[in-house]
Write a protein that binds this ligand. Structure first.
Ligand code: SF4
Ligand code: SF4
Length: 403
């Protein structure tokens, strides 16, 4: 099959923040220094080559784009300062913009002022919408759902979840079809026989359980030699390691999502009405508190590291990086402020408004997930699934199939 050349690809990637890689002369030093490269992988050099010669489809169907953890090692060793790590990050942004057919992700990335305005508008919209329907403020104890009716929150939440599910699914299908075609993997390879299903389940476990949630290779390869600054090359303590910060942020976010869903489930089962004050050791509350602590810790250190450009991986920050971190941090911190308000005597009035703000930002965060950096939560597991599948002996690659 003839590959189509798109001469505008490189320019387009630059709109997504790609560094000037015209200086790259394919020496391969970056590939040699990348801790994730295996004997059959040649990234990031090959990705840069695709951009240089305009192979858009090849770039968008490369699972390797998503296996990169942005450690910055390759940029450190590049003899021409072509910033391959930055290029990989920009290529992932470009991919998110391309898999999303609504155009919103592209706008969020390529027009940062408008993107920020959209983010602010959405939060304001949710807040004003809920404020318009708010009830009274009980003074004995904080009655949050008497202030913002539970039904209103649930209705908005369901609408948000449906939009996110549809947009996320559409993006995942688009990506999976492109990567699958490039990898020679079709439905039959995945579910065509009992053995295929077994292989696919194994690959799924590796992609989601071991790599995404367990951060196996991130821990083992990409973080082992992380250093602080260029001067002293001191080893980074565990509590500051990138994989740990990323993990606690992710687990904290998922924990809070889980606690919210469980709380709703308990109300549906008639065990506990949503918002009823419970002791700190009540399981759902405990989960929410621990998850909130993890989220606030992870995002706070990540924000500080980006401000201080503490290591090579955060040498360059885009508005998209800041927006995601800011939304996560605000969600975590307002959640804690709410906890404080709940246990204070006399139902402080500010607690009601913090609650409204917290819900508005959390909803915005979820709604924008498929259209901003958080979308890597959707796409990385897909790439890792194909990556795991490619390593099974029965994969077409191993039998002389197409790549
Ligand atoms: S990005 Fe730098 S290290 Fe990598 S192939 Fe190009 S010139 Fe070599
Ligand atoms: S940033 Fe790290 S993981 Fe990504 S390509 Fe460069 S060296 Fe490899």
């Amino acid at each position: 099959m003839t590959a189509q050349v798109d001469l505008g690809l490189y320019g387009e990637l630059q709109k997504f923040g790609a560094a000037d890689v015209s200086a790259c002369f394919s020496c391969g030093t970056c590939t040699a220094s990348c801790p994730l490269v295996t004997e059959d992988a040649t990234f990031p050099r090959r990705m840069i080559r695709y951009a240089q010669v305009g192979l858009r489809d090849k770039l968008l169907s490369s699972k390797e784009l998503w296996t990169c953890y942005a450690c910055g090692e390759c940029s450190e060793t590049c003899p021409t300062q072509a910033e391959p790590s930055e290029f990989m990050a920009a290529a992932r942004r470009f991919a998110i913009g391309s898999y999303d057919r609504t155009g919103l992700a592209r706008t969020m990335y390529t027009r940062p002022v408008l993107g920020t305005a959209i983010a602010v508008f959405l939060a304001a919209f949710f807040a004003i919408f809920m404020a318009a329907g708010h009830g009274g403020q009980a003074t004995g104890s904080l009655d949050l759902f008497g202030f913002v009716p539970e039904d209103l929150i649930h209705t908005i939440g369901i609408v948000v979840m449906v939009i996110v599910a549809l947009a996320g699914l559409a993006g995942i299908v688009t990506m999976a079809r492109q990567v699958g075609r490039a990898e020679g993997v079709g439905w039959r390879t995945v579910v065509g026989s009992r053995a295929a299903v077994g292989r696919s389940l194994g690959a799924l476990w590796e992609a989601i359980g071991l790599e995404s949630l367990g951060q196996r290779r991130y821990r083992a390869d990409c973080d082992a030699d992380q250093t602080v600054g260029d001067a002293d090359k001191a080893a980074v303590p565990l509590y500051r390691r990138r994989w740990l910060l990323h993990a606690v942020t992710m687990w904290g976010f998922l924990g809070l999502l889980g606690a919210t869903i469980l709380d709703y489930g308990l109300a549906l089962l008639g065990i506990k009405a949503t918002g009823t004050p419970v002791p700190i050791w009540y399981p759902v509350r405990l989960l929410g508190t621990i998850a909130g602590l993890m989220l606030v810790y992870g995002t706070s250190v990540l924000i500080l590291d980006r401000f201080r450009r503490a290591n090579r991986s955060v040498a360059h920050s885009t508005p998209a990086d800041w927006t995601l971190l800011a939304l996560l941090w605000i969600t975590g911190v307002t959640g804690f402020a709410l906890e404080v308000a709940l246990y204070l005597p006399g139902a402080p009035g500010w607690g009601y408004w913090v609650f409204l703000f917290h819900v508005a930002v959390a909803m915005e965060l979820v709604l924008l997930a498929p259209f901003m950096k958080l979308a890597h939560v959707l796409y990385r597991p897909v790439a890792l699934f194909f990556y795991a599948l490619a390593r099974t002996p029965e994969h077409p690659d191993r039998q002389g199939g197409t790549t």
